[in-house]
Design a protein around this ligand. Structure first.
Ligand SMILES: NC(=O)C1=CN([C@@H]2O[C@H](COP(=O)(O)OP(=O)(O)OC[C@H]3O[C@@H](n4cnc5c(N)ncnc54)[C@H](OP(=O)(O)O)[C@@H]3O)[C@@H](O)[C@H]2O)[C@@H](O)CC1
Ligand SMILES: Nc1ncnc2c1ncn2[C@@H]1O[C@H](COP(=O)(O)OP(=O)(O)O)[C@@H](O)[C@H]1O
Ligand SMILES: [K+]
Length: 519
């Protein structure tokens, strides 16, 4: 077995990365354990943790290792012993009876004890922050409480230890989580602990070292808030087939010199019922910024002007989908943005004839309540036509006939359920957007941040994806969605450092996207 020294830093710019569920990770671990001497993997894991600790907090010199009742704790005990051997001041807090640890972890405990590492049960008072003389703000905390073995919401001694760890690190001390932030579900990214805790139900790490595999839960739902920077050490074990993928940066296609606007496809936007016309113009504007050759906008509000003076390059056109042999059969169509109830009447001809259709917002709400529209959507699977649904969690819940909480409890499963039900590709939006498509592994998007939690950014995504698709009509809905979602989030990531918490307005988002300096 070869153990490379450095863990890999996993970030939005260096994917794609394979993701493995808890079950697949545990199967891989079992196979690897059967091929090596006892303690080999745990020693490798502890060494990787100790090395990362030295890399991320080189000046700390002090570490509190919080050890839980399973092998995650064993990894922490090995790291504690190795850092102690490097001359760091180490304190191990245990949460249970060391005699009850599983075999490898118990041996790690015995080795740490033999090496003279200070170890004791977690004290209940403030002394849990570290022994006298520890400067908590400069102490590194290693979270080895719970990893892949998380079965239920942390309770009792473990919940107490998580609370104490958070209190100890409250002054801004770094927290390195082993494998997973304790309390975070590896598959769903749900923090299982009490949601009303200030840290939100799972350890809030500054760094997480994922071992053997990357788990999907690190990147979606609450995962990104709890995991901090993510690192991977495979411990020399080759990963098996992935269950999902963390999307990587897409390539930009160069524009051949001989191209003209007709080479870049048409986009038509249908939306903008009374009071929501702006949503349709935003989507159209994003499609033009994405590079579509010609962009038409059809507000559903009969009173709306057919020109947006701020965007004279966009063409207003009313109810063109009623015309025979219209744009319908060649354009990439976005339907929904601010569509209100008026969108219902436009949907049947669009569902019947459009080769590439992006359905957003009110178009999804209309389909959720109309079996006839659902049948038309499902019928598209028997033709060459492709469809992309871009629901946020509430729209997804309506389409699935369940609650938003049920969607958020397992975002990857919810996106896959939508694919199975409607036969279309799906972007389930929100932190760690999930892109699922027929016959493809689900993808989780690593870019984006809460600056996007601002009205109209979803309309921009719908227009942007259509603009890209119009230029690559042979691409699958899933491919183009993965690309668009990555770029849309990346634009927000570029905005974020200077924004100091300000939202990214939809119009500004289009301008950042248009610059294409997305890396
Ligand atoms: N073996 C090796 O060499 C290697 C192992 N590796 C490491 O092992 C980790 C997996 O170890 P693991 O399977 O022992 O699970 P772990 O997460 O430590 O916890 C299980 C314990 O927690 C308990 N428990 C669970 N939920 C609870 C709750 N809510 N509240 C309270 N208790 C709860 C559970 O109790 P039970 O449910 O059985 O009653 C059990 O006692 C993995 O993440 C990685 O770090 C890798 O480094 C590779 C090398
Ligand atoms: N906290 C967040 N982190 C990352 N992305 C987010 C977050 N909140 C919102 N977004 C993104 O912003 C967009 C919002 O879309 P949507 O909810 O449809 O908004 P609207 O209907 O106002 O246009 C989606 O692409 C979503 O993934
Ligand atoms: K952990």
């Amino acid at each position: 077995m070869t153990i490379s020294n450095a863990p890999l830093h996993v970030h939005a710019g260096n994917g794609p990365w394979p993701l493995h569920s808890a079950a697949a990770s545990q199967a891989l671990e079992r196979r690897a354990l059967a091929q090596v001497a006892p303690m080999t993997l745990m020693e490798a894991a502890g060494l990787a943790v100790a090395r990362l600790a030295l890399a991320i907090a080189p000046q700390a010199g002090r570490v509190v290792v919080w050890v839980g009742p399973g092998n995650n704790g064993g990894d922490g005990l090995v790291a504690a012993r190795l850092l102690h051997g490097r001359g760091w001041r180490v304190q191990v807090w245990t949460t249970g009876d060391p005699a009850a640890l599983p075999a490898d972890a118990h041996q790690a405990w015995q080795r740490a004890q033999a090496a003279g590492v200070p170890m004791a049960p977690v004290p209940l008072g403030p002394e849990a922050q570290g022994p006298v003389g520890f400067d908590c703000s400069r102490t590194l905390h290693i979270d080895a409480l719970l990893g892949l073995g998380l079965r239920r919401a942390p309770a009792g001694a473990l919940a107490q230890a998580i609370a104490q760890l958070q209190a100890a690190a409250a002054g801004g001390a770094p927290v390195l989580a082993i494998d997973l932030p304790s309390g975070l579900h590896p598959d769903t990214g749900c923090a299982l602990g009490a949601a009303d805790a200030p840290w939100g139900g799972a350890v809030r790490a500054t760094d997480t070292l994922s071992l053997l595999t990357l788990k999907p839960g690190l990147f979606t739902a609450q995962g990104r808030d709890h995991a901090g920077r993510v690192w991977l050490h495979r411990l020399g074990v080759p990963a098996g087939p992935a269950d999902a993928v963390l999307s990587g940066p897409p390539a930009w296609a160069a524009r051949p010199h001989g191209h003209h606007k007709g080479s870049h496809g048409d986009v038509a936007v249908v939306g903008g019922a009374p009071g929501m016309v702006g949503a349709a113009w935003l989507a159209a504007s994003a499609a033009l910024a994405a590079g579509a050759g010609r962009v038409y906008c059809s507000p559903l509000d009969p009173e709306a002007a057919l020109l947006d003076p701020a965007h004279p390059g966009l063409m207003g056109r009313s109810a063109w989908w009623r015309e025979p042999a219209s744009t319908l059969e060649t354009a990439t169509v976005v339907c929904g943005c601010g569509g209100g109830e008026a969108v219902q009447a436009a949907l049947p001809p669009l569902l019947a004839a459009t080769p590439r259709l992006v359905l957003d917002a009110d178009a999804l709400n209309a389909i959720a309540t109309a079996p006839a529209l659902q049948a038309l959507l499902q019928a598209r699977t028997s033709s060459e036509a492709q469809t992309l649904l871009t629901p946020h969690p509430l729209e997804a819940a309506r389409l699935l006939g369940c609650s938003t909480a049920e969607v958020q409890a397992d975002r990857v499963a919810a996106a896959q359920a939508l694919v199975a039900r409607y036969g279309a590709a799906v972007v389930l939006k929100g932190s760690g957007s999930v892109i699922a498509a027929p016959g493809a592994l689900p993808h989780i998007n690593p870019t984006g941040n809460a600056a996007l939690a601002s009205a109209g950014t979803g309309d921009v995504l719908a227009g942007w994806v259509a603009g890209l698709w119009a230029q690559a009509p042979g691409a699958s809905a899933g491919e183009v969605a993965r690309q668009a979602v990555w770029q849309h989030g990346r634009a927000a990531d570029l905005h974020e450092p200077a924004a100091r918490g300000a939202p990214l307005r939809a119009e500004a988002l289009i301008e950042v996207l248009a610059l294409r300096a997305l890396g």
